[in-house]
Design a protein around this ligand. Structure first.
Ligand code: FEO
Length: 183
């Protein structure tokens, strides 16, 4: 009895996204190593924590494929891209990686809708919301660095930025949770 509830294209697309999340973890790890090597231990800590979050995303998709009767394939991960050239470059690239990841999630949502695979559509909604947070988190990094002076920031403001990011929460607040009292 075939109990796989995923179509072959959906199974493949989920598997591809699962690997993409694993690759995202590699990217955050490598950028974290770069930041630490440059002396930004707080930023490195933030990026290492985020790498952990990406691995969790990978696990979520792996578990979902299993839950639906499929068999996820654990694939080789890609080597991370070259080191960023500066903090601005690092944060800009993080934003681009997140937008690229969002596009991957939208492929799943689109396919689920076309196939009327409402279970996967429902599952993918968690990631749609998560990607709003992820993109916002990346935008916040860019904004914080810009306020600190960008690539011309003083040592003191970079020191403070590094400290701030060491203690920064892993999630960004979303508009949907805002109220008049807590905008
Ligand atoms: Fe798993 Fe940063 O998206």
């Amino acid at each position: 009895m075939d109990t796989n509830r995923l179509s072959k294209p959906m199974h493949d697309a989920l598997n591809k996204q699962m690997t993409k999340e694993g690759n995202a973890a590699q990217i955050y790890l490598s950028y974290g190593v770069w930041a630490d090597d440059k002396g930004y231990a707080g930023i490195a800590n933030f990026l290492f924590r985020h790498a952990h979050e990406e691995r969790n995303h990978m696990i979520k998709i792996m578990e979902y494929i299993l839950e639906r009767g499929g068999k996820p394939k654990i694939e080789a991960l890609s080597a991370p891209p070259a080191d960023p050239k500066s903090l601005t470059d690092c944060f800009n690239k993080i934003f681009k990686h997140e937008v690229d990841n969002t596009e991957g999630i939208y492929v799943l949502v689109d396919m689920a809708m076309k196939q009327k695979d409402w279970a996967t559509w429902n599952f993918a909604q968690w990631f749609v919301k998560e990607q709003i947070e992820e993109e916002k988190l990346a935008m916040n990094l860019i904004d914080k660095l810009k306020i600190a002076g960008g690539d011309r920031a003083s040592d003191e403001s970079l020191f403070n930025l590094d400290k701030t990011l060491e203690q920064a929460p892993d999630d960004a607040a979303l508009a949907r949770n805002a109220t008049e009292e807590k905008p």
